[in-house]
Design a protein around this ligand. Structure first.
Ligand SMILES: NC(=O)c1ccc[n+]([C@@H]2O[C@H](COP(=O)([O-])OP(=O)(O)OC[C@H]3O[C@@H](n4cnc5c(N)ncnc54)[C@H](O)[C@@H]3O)[C@@H](O)[C@H]2O)c1
Ligand SMILES: O=C(O)CC[C@@H](O)C(=O)O
Length: 527
């Protein structure tokens, strides 16, 4: 396993990677062309915010399975391209939030008290207090745009300064505003009009890029203090320069610029705007948290485990993950059966979750079913990341439904795979903690433990069939480990489900079908 670390992570993080036995190559500040040249040899890459991970990168990175973003924002990673190429992107969304929140407040205090400017004067041996009269935070109104992880940390900390905290975030429930004692503003305009201090904490998206522009500054009170410790460009730099010239903004702290690394921006010339070079997350604690977390995440993802912080997959809390783990296995195994037993292309996949499974986060189980379904028949690697997209591209409609109760089982997953001509059904359950069972195939009821090698035989329900098939398999040196027979109507069609100890050849199967009364025999690899 080869991992390239293209931007600095903490020593503790490096140690975790190295302890895994993987070859870990630290290539800091590697030129783009060189990275593209060597990347085909790597299974994973770890980056921060400076490395562009785009379509061109993925076109070269043919063996990369995981991109680890040591940090939070993923705007340097083309998520659509990653998903298309089946590459898992993992990040560490919580690991540096406290540091970013503290830097936000630091910038607010430093810019309000002009501390960096005073420091510069002192270093130039100028003792003069008069240019540095500042402003208190006490009893001022702070407007927060984006009340997510960092926005909420900033809110609660600023309440300790006796600030009135208002926020604009149209994407979260009212209960979150109540939880943090923050007054909700329905529009950005309202927030702009009321705020003495403004701080942005949204991700950089099409919607948020340039969101604080000239139009918004024009609504603000004169003397606004502004902080951007989120992403460059959310506060439009030209507009901020204009607002400063107009006396609308009189102080500010900016940690992030639109084009990084940056040495040009209108903000460099603004006396009252203090700048830092994207150091919101640069604390020993945050870097240790981030480094260790990303190392574990990348290694888990490489081992094929489901990771909690995968950005381009449904995310699950550890507890939820534990809950669905066995259902994921079951779903994948059942999905795997379809194309082994049927040749018709799938038009619609219906997944019915019932009993306890209906209460779970089923999004990931659906992906597991799709992964199992497509793996036997397509060349591309199928994983939890691209299974949904691949299914969509192949015209498979996925319909999920949930039924609270199941008459027979505590938990049950049923697949109804519809092709043009017919519908194949398979159902299964998890007994206890991890006992998987196939409980139904095409209307025949079983209680079968899925194993690597299985045979399914359809036969006429008549005396002697079990003996005949047993003898035939024995003659071909195939041992039956377990066998179950199911029928619905006496004398009609029956189904035998056998776990066998070795893989039969096509010839073996053809011979069995010559047995009188056997209608069909198929080999199924379930493990
Ligand atoms: N400066 C640094 O070093 C540093 C460190 C960590 C994080 N960050 C950045 O801080 C930002 C916030 O991170 P987070 O972990 O709090 O993210 P988060 O996802 O927890 O919260 C973002 C919030 O923004 C809200 N939001 C999205 N679009 C919005 C819009 N158009 N208007 C209003 N609200 C909107 C969301 O609903 C969400 O509540 C991100 O941009 C992240 O990259 C910077
Ligand atoms: O570590 C970085 O390069 C950026 C940190 C921060 O902006 C983040 O999004 O986590």
């Amino acid at each position: 396993m080869k991992i390239i670390v293209a931007e600095k992570i903490s020593d503790k993080g490096m140690e975790v990677l190295q302890a895994s036995g993987a070859q870990v190559d630290l290539k800091l500040k590697i030129p783009r062309e060189e990275l593209l040249e060597i990347i085909p040899a790597y299974d994973a890459i770890v980056v921060r915010s400076a490395t562009k991970i785009d379509e061109e990168f993925f076109a070269h990175a043919t063996s990369v399975k995981v991109v680890g973003r040591a940090g939070n924002g993923v705007d340097n990673i083309d998520m659509t391209a990653a998903t298309k190429h089946g590459v898992i992107v993992v990040n560490t969304p919580d690991a540096n939030s406290v540091s970013a929140a503290e830097h936000t407040i630091g910038l607010m205090l430093a810019s309000s008290r002009k501390s960096p400017q005073a420091n510069m004067a002192m270093k130039n041996r100028i003792w003069d207090r008069s240019p540095f009269t500042g402003t208190e935070l006490y009893r001022k109104t702070v407007g927060i745009v984006g009340l997510g992880r960092i926005g909420a940390l900033v809110a609660t900390r600023l309440q300790a300064f006796d600030m009135k905290v208002i926020a604009y975030d149209p994407y979260i429930a009212d209960s979150r505003f109540e939880k943090f004692g923050v007054e909700k503003k329905e529009t950005l305009a309202e927030l702009m009009q009321e705020a003495d201090f403004l701080t942005v904490h949204t991700p950089k998206t099409k919607e948020t890029l340039g969101m604080i522009g000239k139009e918004q500054f024009a609504l603000a009170k004169k003397g606004l203090h502004i902080v951007n410790c989120a992403r460059g460009g959310i506060v439009d730099e030209e507009a901020l320069a204009w607002a400063a010239a107009e006396g609308i903004v009189t102080a500010g702290g900016i940690d992030v610029l639109k084009d990084e690394p940056a040495t040009t921006s209108p903000l460099f010339d603004l006396e009252h705007i203090i700048l830092t070079p994207h150091i919101g997350a640069d604390t020993v604690e945050a870097q240790d948290n981030v480094g260790v977390s990303i190392a574990h995440e990348v290694l888990s993802a490489l081992r094929g485990e489901v990771v909690p912080n995968a950005v381009n997959m449904p995310t699950l809390q550890r507890q939820e993950l534990e809950q669905v783990k066995q259902s994921l296995k079951l779903g994948e195994i059942m999905g795997k059966c379809y194309y082994q037993l049927n040749k018709e292309p799938v038009e619609q996949l219906e997944i019915i979750y019932s009993g306890e499974t209906a209460k779970m986060e089923t999004e990931m189980i659906t992906l597991a079913v799709l992964k199992g379904l497509m793996e036997p028949v397509i060349q591309e690697k199928v994983n939890y990341v691209n299974a949904g997209l691949l299914a969509k591209n192949r015209g498979i409609e996925v319909v999920e439904s949930k039924i609270a109760d199941n008459e027979h089982y505590l938990n049950f997953i049923q697949l109804k795979v519809h092709s043009k001509e017919k519908t194949f059904t398979i159902g299964g359950t998890v007994f206890g903690k991890n006992e998987l069972r196939i409980a139904e195939i095409n209307g025949f009821v079983f209680d079968v433990i899925p194993t690597d090698y299985m045979l399914i035989a359809e036969n006429i329900d008549q005396p002697g069939m079990i003996g005949k098939i047993g003898t035939m398999l024995g003659q071909n040196n195939i041992n039956i480990a377990t066998m179950q027979v199911s029928r619905n109507v006496q004398g009609e069609k029956a189904m035998m489900f056998m776990a066998i100890d070795s893989e039969p050849t096509e010839e073996d199967l053809a011979k069995i079908t010559t047995v009188d009364g056997i209608l069909k025999v198929q080999f199924l690899q379930m493990g």
